[in-house]
Each structure stands twice: as C-alpha cells, then as structure tokens.
Design a protein around this ligand. Structure first.
Ligand SMILES: C[S@@+](CC[C@H](N)C(=O)[O-])C[C@H]1O[C@@H](n2cnc3c(N)ncnc32)[C@H](O)[C@@H]1O
Length: 355
C-alpha cells in the first residue's frame, strides 16, 4: 500500500515539531535572560531562589519564578527541590553568560530579536517581491550583530586567522595600509590596530549608524590615531590603493557582490592580499541539512537575502557565497589566486585571495 500513512514517521515528526516549537519559546525566554543579565547574574553570584534572583537582578519575583521554571524545564538551569535554588552549571556559562567568549549566544539572541521585528514587511515582500531595507531593522539587529561577530574578533582573528596567513601577517607587521569593507561597528579593525599598531586602517560601510558606532568604538579603544571610518558604497569604488583589504561576513548579503569584488580587486596593490571571511556551507542543499544549515536559511530569509533584494540586488543569501561561488566571482572580478585557509570552523570559511 504505497499511499498508506506511516504512523511512526508521522508521530516522530510531530515530536520534532513539538521540540522545535518548544525551542523557539525557550530561546525567547533566553532572550529575556540576556536582556536582563539573568544568566550573567547566576554565573557571577551563584545559585539563587526566585526571591534571591529577583533581589539581585532587580526584577519582579513572580516573573523571576516563572522564567527560572521555564529555563530549568528546558535544561538550561538545574533546580534543587530541597533548597528551591536554581543553578547555571559552569558548562552552560560559556554559551549563555560569557560576553565576548568564543561560544557566546547573547549576540545571536539580540540579533534574532532585531530580525523578527520586520515580520510584517517580510510577509509583504514574500507576496510582492522586493525586500526589507537595513533601515527597517531596530538597533537590536546592529547591537546583536556587533556582539555576535565580536566573539570571532576577540577569540580567532589575531590568535588563529592572521597567523594562518603568514604573508598577510608580514604586511601588517611592516606598516600595511588596510581597508575593511563592510566594517559594521569596526571591531575587526580595532583588534587589528591593537595587534599591529604600525599599520594604518580605514573601514567603509554603506550603513550610516554602524559608522557612528565604529568611530566611537575606535575612540574608546584608544586607536583613533590609526583607524578611521567612512560611510561609503564600496561597489562604487574606493579612492586609494591598499596592501590588505578585508571583508568579514559581507559578500553574501551585498546588493552587488561582484561590484564589491571588482572594487576590491582594483583597489589592491599588485602584491596586495584580499582576506575574505564568509559562510561555511556547501553548494548542494542536501549537504547543508541540519541545525546549522536551517539557522543559515533563517538568517537569510530574515536578513541576508532580503536586505540585498531590497536594494534590487543579487540576493545570494546566507548560503549563496559558498566556496564554488567565491572562486567563480573572484575570477570574474579579476583575481588570479584563491586559497581556502584550512580551519576547523563550522560557521565560516576564510579565503586568502591575490590579484
Ligand atoms: C553582516 S554585516 C558584517 C559587519 C562586520 N564586518 C562584522 O563582521 O560585524 C555586513 C556589512 O556590510 C555592509 N555593506 C554591504 N554592502 C556594502 C557596500 N556596498 N559598501 C559598503 N558596505 C557594505 C553592510 O552595511 C553591513 O554593515
């Protein structure tokens, strides 16, 4: 009987949908935990009853009790029925409480809040085409993105990525001129400027509010003497020549990815190097199956593809600049060599690209 319903398969799938729906609500409670610094409080001050957490974190006890119950039933916290105290296990703290750490999720939580804020505009775009422009997203999007990618720059950029590209490192050590295209709030350049003070840095971004944050971040970090930021659409060209140009998580959601790559090619000195960080994914949909692939598609619909389409752009999407596409577009833009730097990183690929 070919068209008979497989009961076990149906029930297993209902279980999966239940799990995913529950996970969405658990994540929403975790967003509140991040906003109110509840995980950070439990990590810093130890186990608490609802009353103790309420006092410590300055929140209402009834809300604290319900939130703690939700987080404990989801397995994020542990509950002791004798003392009525809730504990954040130390193994859970890196994901939930360690701001700037390599596996911290607070930035993703905040970014997701910013992304889901445009659901009405997104629904309309599904019907009529077009997209949702960057300006439609709340500051949660930009602050969340800043906190999210900051984890890469704090933990990987200087420690792993630059040492894996010795020629780039040599240039930075010997006073290179560096441009970061799509610099966002400037964290990558600030880290580079601290590690390689001889070099001179400029960050370009098309989106004004991030340039304001970047300028303030550089001033606060004490590197404003060697780092500057400018609002600019790089697909229209940049004025000077550089030894090193970087893009971190930029090409796949650009309106005109090829235009950006062409500008970068033209603006690199002949012995210069283009460092490109972008998404680690396959060009075959079936090989992207699983939670990370599903998360990438979520980011794509909620932001990456959609903001590109808003500008009448390519709309590559979060999974659209895989290694094969990177090779194709870089060749089309006039680069002759692309090396994928060997990394154990499920989220990102790093490419060292030469004219
Ligand atoms: C996903 S964000 C990444 C920001 C930053 N590099 C980071 O890692 O946090 C991509 C950035 O590229 C910028 N961008 C996209 N197209 C651009 C263009 N044509 N010129 C300059 N910036 C652009 C966007 O405004 C956005 O800030």
């Amino acid at each position: 009987m070919t068209n008979q319903l497989d009961q076990a398969k149906m029930e297993a799938f209902v279980g999966k949908v239940l799990g995913d729906s529950s996970a969405a609500l658990t994540t929403t409670l975790a967003v509140l935990g991040d906003r109110l610094s509840l995980f950070k409080d439990l990590a810093a001050h130890g186990p608490a009853t609802s009353g103790e957490l309420a006092t410590r974190a300055g929140i209402n006890e009834r809300y604290a009790r319900e939130w703690l119950g939700g987080m404990a039933t989801a397995g994020y916290l542990e509950y002791d029925p004798v003392s009525h105290r809730f504990t954040l296990p130390p193994e859970h703290a890196p994901a939930l409480a360690q701001e700037g750490g390599p596996v911290f999720f607070g930035g993703i939580y905040q970014m997701m809040t910013g992304m889901t804020g445009v659901l009405d505009e997104l629904t309309a775009a599904f019907r009529t085409g077009g997209g949702v422009p960057q300006s439609a997203y709340s500051t949660d999007m930009w602050d969340g993105l800043d906190r999210f990618t900051n984890g890469w720059f704090e933990n990987l950029l200087i420690q792993q990525w630059i040492p894996a590209m010795p020629d780039v490192q040599t240039k930075l050590e010997s006073g290179a001129r560096v441009a970061d295209v799509g610099c966002g709030s400037g964290r990558a350049l600030i880290k580079l400027a601290q590690a390689f003070p001889q070099a001179r840095y400029v960050g370009y971004d098309i989106f004004g509010p991030t340039i304001e944050s970047a300028t303030e971040n550089a001033r606060a970090a004490g590197v404003a003497d060697r780092v500057r930021f400018a609002r600019h659409d790089v697909s229209q060209g940049i004025p000077e020549q550089y030894d090193v140009i970087t893009t971190f998580d930029v090409i796949h959601d650009a309106v005109d990815p090829l235009g950006l790559l062409r500008t970068i090619r033209r603006s690199l000195r002949e012995d210069g190097m283009y460092v490109c960080l972008d998404i680690n994914c396959s060009d075959k949909l079936q090989e992207n199956q699983g939670p990370l692939g599903a998360m990438f598609y979520g980011f794509s619909v909620l932001y990456c593809m959609t903001t590109s389409l808003a500008g009448g752009g390519a709309g590559l999407g979060t999974l659209g600049f895989h290694e094969a596409k990177a090779r194709e577009l870089c060749a089309e833009a006039g680069f002759s060599k692309l090396r994928r730097v060997p990394l154990e990183n499920p989220f990102n690929n790093l490419y060292e690209i030469r004219p």
